[in-house]
Design a protein around this ligand. Structure first.
Ligand code: IPE
Ligand code: IPE
Ligand code: MG
Length: 248
C-alpha cells in the first residue's frame, strides 16, 4: 500500500456517505491469545480514529455497522460485553463528538436493545441534533431483511387504510419507509477482515455503492487505509448502467 497524503484526496470528489462493516475484532484478539471482547475494545479506538478523520475530511455521512440482528445469536457474555462497551464508548466520547459538530443518528431495531441503553443513545442523539458537521449513523441491531420487512408492513398498512393505492408504490415509497429515509445512499462501502460478503447490511441502499474490501482486521484499520479506500473510490468509473463513453 502506497503511503497517501491527505492532500492527494480530491476534496470535491469525496463520497457523500461512507458505510463500514467493521469486522475482525474477534480474530484480532484471538491472534493475541486474548478474549474476543479485548478485540472489541481495541475496535473502539479505530472507531474514534475514523470518525475524527471523517469529520476532518468533510465527509457528510458515516454509517458504522456496530451490531447486526444476527449478532444476538452470539454467546451471551459477548453480547452483554458489546452492549456495555457501546454505552461506555458513547459516554467517553460524547463531549468530543459534540465539540466536533457531529450529529448522531441510529438505524436498526432499537427496541430490541436494553431500555437503559436506548435511553442513553436517545439522550446523546438529542444533544447532537442541531449539529451541522458529520452525521454519524450507528447501525444497531440492524439488518436489511428486518428493515425491508418493516417497510413492507408499513406500506401494506397504508394500502389497507386507503392512504395510498398499490399503483402509487414506487421505489421512492419503499425508500421513504427505510430507516435511512432522508439519508443519501452510501457511495462507498468498506469491509475489513478479508470477508467478501455483505452480511445483511444496507442491501437496497448500496445497490450502486462502490465496495472496498481489505484483509486488515478492524482494530488494525487506520486513517491511512481509510484515505486509501477513498482514493480508490475517486479513481473508479461509476457507470450506473451506461457505457464508459456516455460517462466521459
Ligand atoms: C466485529 O468483529 C464485528 C461485530 C459484530 C461487533 P467480529 O466480532 O465479527 O470479529 P471476527 O469476525 O469474529 O473476527
Ligand atoms: C457483520 O459482521 C456485522 C457487523 C460488523 C456488526 P459479522 O462478523 O457478524 O458477519 P458474518 O457473520 O461474518 O457474516
Ligand atoms: Mg465477524
Amino acid at each position: 500500500m502506497k503511503f497517501l497524503q491527505k492532500k492527494e484526496i480530491e476534496k470535491d470528489k469525496l463520497p457523500k456517505h461512507i458505510a463500514i462493516i467493521m469486522d475482525g475484532n474477534g480474530r484480532w484478539a484471538k491472534k493475541r491469545g486474548n478474549i474476543r471482547l479485548f478485540g472489541h475494545q481495541k475496535g473502539v479506538s479505530t472507531v474514534n480514529e475514523i470518525v475524527t478523520a471523517s469529520a476532518e475530511l468533510g465527509i457528510e455521512y458515516l454509517t458504522l455497522y456496530a451490531f447486526s440482528t444476527e449478532n444476538w445469536n452470539r454467546p451471551q457474555d459477548e453480547v452483554s460485553g458489546l452492549m456495555s462497551l457501546l454505552v461506555s464508548a458513547l459516554e467517553k466520547n460524547l463531549e468530543k463528538l459534540l465539540k466536533n459538530n457531529v450529529k448522531l443518528l441510529t438505524i436498526g431495531d432499537l427496541q430490541s436493545l436494553p431500555h437503559e441503553i436506548v435511553k442513553k443513545i436517545h439522550a446523546a442523539q438529542e444533544l447532537s441534533k442541531h449539529n451541522t458537521g458529520l452525521t454519524l449513523i450507528l447501525a444497531l441491531s440492524y439488518s436489511s431483511r428486518w428493515e425491508i420487512t418493516q417497510a413492507v408492513k408499513n406500506i401494506a398498512q397504508l394500502c389497507i387504510d386507503g392512504k395510498i393505492s398499490i399503483e402509487d408504490i414506487d421505489y421512492n415509497t419503499i425508500n421513504s419507509h427505510l430507516c435511512t429515509n432522508n439519508i443519501p445512499d452510501p457511495e462507498l462501502v468498506i469491509r475489513t477482515s478479508g470477508e467478501y460478503r455483505i452480511s445483511n447490511f444496507l442491501l437496497l441502499q448500496s445497490a450502486y455503492a462502490e465496495y472496498y474490501f481489505t484483509k486488515t482486521l478492524w482494530p488494525d484499520f487506520s486513517k491511512q487505509e481509510y484515505l486509501q479506500a477513498i482514493y480508490d473510490f475517486q479513481h473508479r468509473e461509476r457507470r450506473f448502467g451506461k457505457t464508459g463513453e456516455q460517462i466521459k
